[in-house]
Design a protein. Structure first.
Length: 331
């Protein structure tokens, strides 16, 4: 009788081990920028829901928003190490300066050029696939936001002379600081969580290299101006740790990939409309939104390209820069 009980318990345990609940896969999905309810936070939720739905719950996705797992650098560390499986993020260039391709100043100059360059099969997209592979990451595609600018308190600058009096916070990503400096500004690198206080206390005069959404949503109480210098077309990146990818079945890989393509496609469809919405919101909140003329933008592009592109060639290689020079718009 005792032996039979052991046999029954053993069979039950074996059946449970083969059941879907026991076979369930858990993935961690995170972002370095964006709280729950923000556009990037909503994109995380959308990707997670599509994965869980597409796998009938066999893959469960735990979502972590901005600062929940650490700073921008810390979460990228976790991503490369495989402690985070999936990300929509704005990668730092500390691991590989070739990631600076994402931040090349005046590489594209219109929404139409940006979409063609960054979409799957586009010339920028193709470059990034190989760079990400070398980092042990699988590049699915961009999560586009829009063209960036310089947000400031009390005054703004349209000349190098005026810019020299302003110290602007920039992200720790090459060549963001170099691009802002080429326009004449002083720069400082400050962690995202400390930017509001830094502007409020006058440590810096503003925030540089972000699209209007971030400056409106997080700093509108301490900023007065937004000058859309359009240095970079800002985009997050939809990606997965390669080991995490390899650990999935082919069916689950297909679901994760298709879900990523859906999120990317929706972002392309919504990006320009969303950017305009936050431009309007910033104006209503009292920020003065400055749009340089085509002639002014051409002057900025000429100067920044002349100063920054050679620096990029030294650090990311002539092959990549030759591709950029061949394809870059507005020349």
């Amino acid at each position: 009788m005792f032996f039979k009980k052991i046999m029954i318990l053993g069979a039950t345990a074996a059946m449970l081990a083969m059941s879907p609940a026991w076979a369930q896969t858990e993935l961690k999905l995170a972002t370095d920028s964006g709280a729950k309810g923000s556009p990037s936070g909503d994109a995380l939720d959308r990707w997670a829901a599509l994965i869980e739905e597409g796998t009938d719950g066999e893959v469960q996705v735990d979502v972590f928003y901005q600062n929940e797992l650490g700073s921008q650098a810390e979460v990228f560390d976790l991503f490369v190490a495989g402690d985070i499986d999936l990300m929509i993020n704005w990668p730092i260039t500390a691991y590989d300066e070739r990631l600076g391709v994402l931040f090349t100043p005046y590489m594209v100059t219109s929404w139409e050029e940006a979409f063609e360059a960054y979409k799957p099969g586009g010339w920028v997209n193709d470059m990034l696939v190989g760079i990400y592979e070398d980092l042990g990451l699988k590049f699915f595609g961009p999560w586009p936001e829009g063209f960036n600018g310089i947000a400031s308190a009390n005054k703004y600058a349209m000349t190098e002379e005026d810019a020299a009096d302003l110290k602007i916070r920039v992200p720790a990503m090459f060549p963001m600081a170099e691009s802002v400096q080429a326009l004449g500004y002083q720069t400082a690198t400050i962690d995202w969580s400390e930017v509001f206080t830094a502007i409020q206390t006058g440590v810096v005069d503003g925030d540089g290299a972000n699209i209007i959404y971030w400056d409106y949503e997080y700093f509108r109480d301490v900023l007065d101006y937004y000058n859309q210098t359009k240095m970079q077309f800002v985009t997050g990146v939809i990606a997965m740790n390669s080991q995490s990818w390899d650990s999935l079945s082919e069916d689950h890989q297909a679901v994760v990939h298709e879900a990523a393509m859906t999120v990317m496609g929706e972002a392309f469809d919504q990006a320009q409309e969303r950017d305009q919405y936050y431009i309007d919101q910033a104006k209503e909140a009292g920020m003065e939104y400055i749009v340089p003329t085509d002639e002014q933008l051409a002057e900025m592009a000429k100067k920044v390209r002349a100063e920054v592109w050679p620096l990029m060639e030294e650090r990311i290689g002539s092959e990549i820069m030759d591709t950029i020079r061949k394809n870059a718009g507005g020349q």
